[in-house]
Unconditional design. Sequence first.
Length: 499
Amino acid sequence: MAISILVMGSWFIDFTKALYLIPEGASMKFNTAFLFLVVSACLLFNKNSPKGRTARRVGGVILIVLSFLTLIEYIFHVDLGIDNLIILDQITTRFPDRIPGRMSAATATCFLLFGIGQLILDNSKKIILEIAQTLFLAVILISLVSSIAYLMIIPISDRTSFWDTMAIHTSLFFMISAFEIALKNRSIGFVGVVTGPFAGSRLIRNMLPIILLLPLSFSYLLLFLTEKELLDVGFAMTLFAVLFILSSLIYVSVLSLRMNVKDENRSHLEKMMRVKNKELEQYAFIASHDLQEPLTTMSGFADLFEKRAGKKLDEDELKYLEYIKQGSKRMSNLIKVILNYSRLGTSGKLETIDCNVLVNEVTADLRDLIKTAEGQVDVRNLPEIKGYRPELRLVFQNLISNALKFHKPERPPLVTVSAVRERDYWRFFVKDNGIGLPQEHSEKVFNLFQRLHPRHEYDGTGIGLTYCQKIVEIHDGEISVKSVAGAGTTFTFTISVNL
């Protein structure tokens, strides 16, 4: 922003050093500096605030209108009077065939693409955001051509008319601005491919040195040799191809050897992990089976004893016998719960899930509980995500059923399920108007078998939220709770978009 203001001011005082960073280069026009000021203002506004979105849309319209009119001038060879609208360009003298004050066609195209990207950037649909990222990539590529031309010291007269009057600082500002705004949605489009955590993204990052540095280095060297007439142009092109192929093969071979070693180590660790997981699963099954057997025996003999001697027992003795039966049954249920907990995430496959459909299925299963509590579940435009369907269903089921269960007797429960996109994940909210919980217990509630209320007040095993925490972590997310006792509770969990 400061440089844009400096360039605009330089036009008023004829300070050419700010307009021409390279003496033999092109100048940054007043309209260009003004539109960069608009771009800078758009980047400063908060993406999630209504005022910020409005300001960016206004900025996008300004970029589109001024750049589109400039392109119309180029295409139809007309002068619409916008090039010198604010200040008359009396400095540009190098290009008599160009109208003073007019930005290059490349500059106008970049601003047009940038403006369209700004207008559609607030859309939550992935395909629209990918289109926006593609537009910013086009801006980077167009400005990169101009930057490389300056780096190779190619005379302006030897460039095509599309790029010839694009200033070096104009092309650099375009690349910086496009990269900055693209990084704000780094999980989508070309930025997501480059910065992602997966093997393909790591491969691209490892290949960047050879993709960027080798062509530039060889081109600069061979261009220097041809200008000194040490090499013929045709032979220089042949030499460039040979050097690039040879260097690429060497670099890729070294890279492949490193990747093979890592892949071999990873395969070995995965094999060991599969063996250990299988052993743990067998251990959990055997342990649960061995623990269930004495409980079944205890419960069976308690029933048999009650049947044979029930009439001879007094009231206290019958009560003690009932404690034994209830305790053994509860212990049996806890063992089953632990076994199910150990198996979370060990089966099934990733699939695309429409969360609206999933939550509607959950509310259909809970319709008796909803009807009994005279409650309401409000589902608000949930996204499609990748995940493990049975496990995510269990998360929504536990959170919604808890919200219905822990409600105030005098107030019908109202449960709201919503979601927002935040960079590399979706954040889900399950909010209720129930009894709430003290904030100091916000982490304690996720502990195994943790109960905040006596069993005679609210039924349950105390493991539902522990289930939720493990399932969310399987999806590379986090879960938390915010609540005030007596004022409702909001559970928040995230699901990664990079599964």
